[in-house]
Design a protein around this ligand. Sequence first.
Ligand SMILES: [Zn+2]
Length: 286
Amino acid sequence: MQRRSNERRRKSDPWIAGIVLGLAVILGAVAIVLWQRGGIGPTAQEPSSAEAASVSAVSSSLPAISVAADSSQPASSAAPSSQPSVSSAPPAVIPDGEFVTPKGYTVVTKNGISTVNGVLIVNKTYSIPANYASGLSAEMLAAFNKMAAAAKEEKGYTLTIFSGFRSHANQIAVYNGHVASKGKTRADQVSARPGHSEHETGLTADINYADSSIAPPEEIVWMDENCWRFGFILRYPQGANEATGYNFEPWHMRYIGDTVLAQELYNDGEWISLEEYFGLTSVYAD
Ligand SMILES: [Zn+2]
């Protein structure tokens, strides 16, 4: 009897050891997976500080084409290392596909880029990938130079690019600066979230100034009346803030290239926004 139970114990010992070993292996594997996913270990704040580091790295290596005036934007007052985490979330992306707007136009979204009749759409609904452009497009710059030459020749006005291309990282800094100084709600009224800014397209520039507290200078009034001749549109017309999501910005020029469409949007001085013309929304997903 005694001998038998001893035998049983001896037989069961390796069996118990096997279970313990098995559990240890499983626990170890779970711990490794959790650690890799960042569920445990030193991670929670790491992405934002890494992002802040990449912001300064990219900002300081912006190509010359991004126009000196860009640095006079609020970006300089932004970019503290204690960024609010709000804009470090990736921009909402419209899934690839097509749909017909209430105005009968087809929006085509491919690889996160949305176009209508070949016109790139970037607003609060439609975003672009972070690496969409690396500077102002050569075609846009050539058109701007023609417009500036015409302003000088016809009226003696000087038009210069005040704020042109902004990299995705730069836009993160600009937007975060607004959020930090005035809160997210107000920031969303005056600054685009990263991925939703036309300044990331390389097709847009603020001309001469960007200040809603002063009446548009005469050269800007002239530009708003004549830009369509050079393929530019007044992107945020007066009274269109419900449609565009932004107040009147007489300085903000968007190059679309198509002068026929630009003239239609000009509408004999009663500018129609891209949103109203094509039947598009401009609202953040959240
Ligand atoms: Zn602008």
